[in-house]
Design a protein around this ligand. Structure first.
Ligand SMILES: Cc1ncc(C[n+]2csc(CCOP(=O)(O)OP(=O)(O)O)c2C)c(N)n1
Ligand code: SF4
Ligand SMILES: [Mg+2]
Length: 347
């Protein structure tokens, strides 16, 4: 008689998929790169949220960070775009098919150096996308030049001091029109997971600036985007929990110390107050807290700003529910009479 035990059943999510369905190719990034940790969090979050991978469209530009979409959700759609141009392509894709769940994974160089014009127009439009900036303060792929998020006074590996002021991706996002704005650290697993899940549940533009150290070119003494700098200067705004709409676990909560924000799909983002008493629906307070933390050389992390009410770009334009590619000619081609009326108007 055989004594071999049957292997334990594989864990599946609410759509019946195993975590392997959410993985992609093996990473080719450096061991220890912060971007790899973000990839792991994305795999966990899409799996735990039970999102069907074929509903997801991934976009990126050029950079080590922009290579990351190859390493998760291998069964999703993907478009690796020219440097800094992912927002235009992602906007077009969402306009063509509002049933997609769009995610952009990009770098600080891709977003605010070469790509700042595209970034700003995406912000103005509140395009429903999860937009992750894997922020290491340098152009990792081209060997560590300062990017536009590099802090004034930060030192490069070769000892050069950056004298220019940085662009703060979260300040731009809050001021110009994103409706979910968060900052996190690739080394903070719990916080990043809650933020990513809330972004998946949000129906507008989520901008998530994740400090993601480049171990090869920007992890030395004098860098303000290194693991040790973040260990010493990370200032969490709150502790976060995310309760998805499909679980009904009721947790005992201490009154006054917790704020629950209901997301569009009925999920809840639970904020446990720490030292700061910040209401993320207060835009001005978010901006002033970011400014104050900067002056104190702290990196404020957590959900900085959230507006669940404002309509997104697709709602504003009242785009059709059906993907444009599947509309028949009768709905997409103007009639002979309509064309004739147009021609008459132009005479
Ligand atoms: C039009 C164009 N200009 C410049 C480059 C060179 N280039 C490739 S990646 C990159 C910067 C990448 O930096 P970032 O977006 O921060 O990504 P990281 O590698 O740091 O993750 C640059 C300047 C390019 N590929 N295309
Ligand atoms: S060079 Fe830097 S950003 Fe690129 S993979 Fe290596 S550690 Fe990551
Ligand atoms: Mg970079």
């Amino acid at each position: 008689m055989s004594t071999a035990q049957a292997p334990p059943p594989k864990k599946t999510n609410r759509v019946g998929l195993e975590v392997i369905s959410y993985r992609g190719l093996k990473t080719t990034l450096c061991a220890g790169c912060g971007h790899n940790s973000i990839t792991e969090r994305l795999i966990e979050c899409f799996f735990e949220m039970g999102i069907e991978p074929w509903r997801v469209a991934k976009f990126s530009g050029i950079g080590c960070s922009s290579k990351s979409p190859a390493y998760f959700l291998g069964m999703s759609h993907g478009f690796n775009v020219v440097h800094g141009r992912a927002p235009a392509i992602a906007t077009g894709a969402m306009l063509a098919n509002k049933n997609l769940l769009g995610i952009v994974v990009t770098g600080d160089g891709d977003t605010v150096s070469i790509g700042i014009g595209q970034f700003i127009h995406m912000l103005r439009r509140n395009v429903p996308l999860i937009y992750i900036i894997e922020n290491n303060g340098v152009y990792g792929l081209t060997k560590g030049q300062f990017s536009a998020t590099s802090d004034a006074g930060a030192k490069s590996k070769s000892g050069v001091v950056n004298e220019l002021q940085p662009v703060d991706c979260c300040v731009e996002a809050i001021q110009i029109g994103a409706t979910f704005v968060a900052r996190s650290f690739s080394g903070d697993k719990r916080q990043l997971q809650a933020i990513l899940k809330a972004a998946i549940a949000h129906r507008g533009l989520s901008v998530i600036d994740v400090i993601s150290p480049c171990v090869t070119f920007n992890d030395h003494e004098g860098s303000t985007k290194s693991y040790s700098f973040m260990k010493d200067h990370d200032e969490p705004l709150h502790e976060l929990d995310f309760v998805p709409f499909f679980t009904d676990i009721e947790v005992e909560i201490e009154e006054g110390a917790v704020q629950d924000i209901e997301m569009h799909d009925g999920s809840r983002l639970r904020l446990h107050k720490l030292e700061h008493d910040h209401d993320p629906t207060d835009r001005l307070q978010a901006l002033s807290l970011i400014q104050a933390s900067k002056e104190a050389s702290e990196v404020l992390t957590g959900v900085l700003y959230l507006d669940t009410a404002r309509e997104n770009f697709l709602e504003l334009l009242n785009t059709v529910d059906q993907p444009l590619a599947t509309l028949d000619a009768a709905r997409t081609r103007p009639s002979r009479e309509a064309l004739q009326t147009l021609m008459d108007e132009l005479r």
